[in-house]
Every structure is written in structure tokens, then in C-alpha cells.
Design a protein around this ligand. Structure first.
Ligand SMILES: NC(=[NH2+])NCCC[C@H](N)C(=O)O
Length: 416
């Protein structure tokens, strides 16, 4: 396996994947901030870590190399120490810290962490005011005011959603979308991708098809690599139609990109269906899991390069989802396997805990959450090879195996 990225499809044997092991950021997640920080409940960190370790080990057992986001960013700083300084300036500017005294004290606190990996993990975890050395100001009204302003005593918010590595950036072919994310809390996460793809010795030459300073928002959970030529992108709560236009402009005429067709799937704008991959994932050469209720409102658009160079043609496709997908894959037919086995209550319950959000490790071999028993039973009967992972704590952040993983390398599928 060479350096860099290679993800020409959704299901080819996974060789390398980027994860983030949940860390102290989950300890800085108070109940009062759950809505804003996009969680439904407070997870128990130790169990979340044990479940995540089981997930990583399941992947390793399948011959997948697991790399961790925190390690990659630290390696980038090891290779280029000045990058850490640049990062810290930007991190502080984006952290929403009020006043003048606090930023300086925080800079000192974070700057004093010698080990790059510990430094990166601390920037992810957030910081309470008690952790900062403010000897001269502790008794001043300024500090008192900012303590009252924020009930939580947080000087810097944690980034609890980092273990959903699918979203801040998305690998497409040999390049990457570095996203501008929908929410203020998650948008901060994209800084790690920026420094990884700018300075890490193995990834620094990666082409970016989308940038974090874009005017529109997009997230990786909305991007599915159907094959080298076609990607599917959700128009969703998290990804705006105009952002897909930007991707098309940047991919269709780029010499590194083979993508010349984007299928844009308009799905309902709601938290339950925040990304395309919450309702729809590919599990085999001719099979997808799907949340059946979205079929009623689904609209699909096709973006292709127009004959006039630099322009994108867009048309709505009025056909069944099966036909559209079979056409994109160049096969006769595809099978859509309904989440919850067609029972509306089981489907809704299990979709909420990511039954449609599977991670293919190879064609027909998929990683799923143990809790989704009805859907897993259906998948098993369809002949899928299930890699079942524990999910009591990890699922509290509303994301499944696909959300928790960003493939860096997959094998090509045999053609013909
Ligand atoms: N690709 C996904 N479906 N990711 C799920 C992310 C969940 C996360 N709590 C959020 O709201 O952003």
C-alpha cells in the first residue's frame, strides 16, 4: 500500500481506516450543553472506549490497518514543528474564547504540553477554567463575570463528535473534501484535517475538492463513493445543494479526479436523517441497506459536466431508486434491504440507532451495531457476513460504524 489516499468505492476490501478513540472530550460534555454539542445523552467514557477498542480490533482482525486521527495530527507536528504554532494560533482564534486574559493563559497552558500527541488530545478535550493558571485574575470581577456567563465553567468547548471521523473530511478517490460543517461545534473539528492534509509526510500532497472556508456547508456522512466515476451525495440538513455544485466544479475538471457524475439525493431535513448514510449504505456489489420511509419523498438529481467546459448540467432523474443505482453501478439490478425488516416501529427505532449505517469491510462483509437485532437478522438472512460490535455507549452520539470511520485505502473492485 502506497502513501496517500485511495477510495474508489464503498465496499472494496478496506486496507486502512482513520478512527478517533473517544477521549476526555466526553468528560467535558455537561447535560446542559447536549443540544448544542449534538448529543442525546451523556456517555460513560470507559465503556465507550472499550466499545470503540472492540470496533478497532474487529477491523484489525479483518486485515485493516487502523490509524488514529490524534496520532496523525501529532505526526504532522513532529515532522514540522512550526505547524504546531500555526495550529495553535488558529485553534485559539476558532475556539470562541472571550476577553484578552483568557486566550493568553490558555496559550500558555496548551503550549506547555511537550508531547505532540498529548497536546492534540488536549485541544480535542477542551479546557475548564479551573485548569488554567490565572493567579492574578482569579479574584477579579472579569473572571467572575465570565464564570456566570457560562454555567459550565468551560473555557474551551470539547469536541465530543470527533469519534465520528466520517464527517469533517471525506475521501473521494485519491483526493479529499475538507468540509465546512453545518454546526459551529463540529466545524471546529475540521482544523485537524487541515493540518493533516497540509503537513503530514504521507498525506500532504492530497488534492482538496472542497475547503473549510467554503460559503456552503457539507459533511462526509453525505458522500458515498459508488465507483470511480460516480459519487452519491445527500442534500440534507448537513449538506447544501450549492455545496454539491462546488464539489462538481472542483472534481469534474481536475486531472486527479475520475468523478464525472454526482447523484444528489434529497432527503428530509431532520436530525434523525442528518446525513445520507443514516438512511442508506452500500453493503455488497448489488445491495444497499435503506430506511424505507425516505423512499416516499426522495428526489434524485444528476450532475454531469456539460459540453461547454466549466459548466455543470443538472437534471432530475424520474426513475426508481433501484434503477438509478443499478445504472450507476453498471449492473442489471440492485436489492434494497429495508432497515427493521419492513416493520415501521422496528425500522424507526433501529434507524435512530444507526441500523442503516453499516461499514463495509469487503463486499458482503459489514460492521453493524449489536443493538439493531431486527435489521441484523434480515441482513444475516440475506447472506451478509456480519461483524457485530457493541454499541450501548457509542450510539448515544447518534452515529454508527460508518460514521465512526473514514476509509483511507480500499482495494479496487474487479471490473466486468
Ligand atoms: N455520518 C454520520 N451519520 N455521522 C453522525 C454524526 C453524529 C453527530 N452527533 C452529529 O450530530 O453530527
Amino acid at each position: 500500500m502506497a502513501k496517500g489516499l485511495h477510495v474508489p468505492n464503498e465496499i472494496g476490501q478496506l486496507r486502512r481506516v482513520c478512527l478517533h478513540r473517544p477521549g476526555d472530550e466526553l468528560l467535558n460534555l455537561p447535560p446542559s450543553e447536549l443540544d448544542r454539542l449534538l448529543f442525546e445523552d451523556v456517555p460513560f467514557l470507559e465503556d465507550a472506549q472499550a466499545e470503540h477498542d472492540a470496533f478497532a480490533q474487529t477491523l484489525r482482525n479483518q486485515g485493516v490497518e487502523v490509524v488514529y486521527l490524534e496520532d496523525l495530527v501529532a505526526e504532522a507536528f513532529d515532522a514540522m514543528p512550526s505547524a504546531r504554532e500555526e495550529f495553535l494560533d488558529q485553534y485559539l482564534a476558532e475556539a470562541g474564547i472571550k476577553g484578552k486574559i483568557l486566550p493568553a493563559a490558555i496559550r500558555e497552558r496548551l503550549g506547555a504540553i511537550a508531547d505532540n500527541r498529548e497536546f492534540v488530545k488536549k485541544t480535542m478535550a477542551g479546557l475548564t477554567k479551573d485548569e488554567i493558571d490565572l493567579p492574578l485574575v482569579r479574584s477579579l470581577p472579569l473572571d467572575a463575570v465570565s464564570r456566570v456567563e457560562s454555567e459550565t465553567n468551560l473555557a474551551i468547548d470539547p469536541m465530543p463528535n470527533l469519534y465520528f471521523t466520517r464527517d469533517p473530511f471525506a475521501v473521494i478517490g485519491n483526493g479529499v473534501n475538507l468540509n465546512r460543517m453545518y454546526s459551529a461545534t463540529r466545524n471546529r473539528e475540521t482544523i485537524y484535517g487541515k493540518y493533516l492534509f497540509k503537513y503530514h509526510p504521507d498525506y500532504k500532497d492530497t488534492t482538496l475538492y472542497f475547503r473549510r472556508d467554503a460559503s456552503f456547508h457539507a459533511e462526509g456522512g453525505d458522500v458515498l463513493n459508488i465507483n470511480e466515476h460516480t459519487i452519491a451525495v445527500g442534500i440534507s440538513q448537513r449538506t447544501q445543494a450549492a455545496a454539491i455544485d462546488v464539489m462538481a466544479q472542483n472534481m469534474f475538471w481536475d486531472s486527479d479526479s475520475k468523478v464525472d457524475r454526482i447523484l444528489a439525493f434529497e432527503i428530509p431535513n431532520s436530525r434523525a436523517f442528518m446525513h445520507l448514510d443514516t438512511v442508506f449504505t452500500q453493503i455488497d456489489v448489488d445491495k444497499f441497506t435503506i430506511y424505507p420511509a425516505i423512499m416516499e419523498t426522495l428526489r434524485v438529481f444528476e450532475l454531469t459536466p456539460s459540453l461547454r467546459s466549466g459548466e455543470v448540467s443538472i437534471r432530475e432523474i424520474n426513475d426508481t431508486l433501484e434503477h438509478i443505482l443499478a445504472g450507476a453501478l453498471g449492473i442489471d439490478q440492485v436489492k434494497l434491504i429495508p432497515c427493521g425488516g419492513g416493520d415501521p416501529i422496528a425500522a424507526a427505532r433501529e434507524q435512530w440507532s444507526d441500523a442503516s449505517n453499516t461499514l463495509a469491510v469487503a463486499p458482503g462483509k459489514i460492521c453493524v451495531y449489536a443493538r439493531n437485532t431486527v435489521t441484523n437478522d434480515v441482513l444475516y438472512k440475506e447472506g451478509m457476513d456480519l461483524l457485530v460490535i457493541p454499541s450501548a455507549e457509542l450510539s448515544r452520539g447518534r452515529g454508527g460504524p460508518r460514521c465512526m470511520s473514514m476509509p483511507f485505502w480500499r482495494d479496487d473492485l474487479p471490473t466486468g
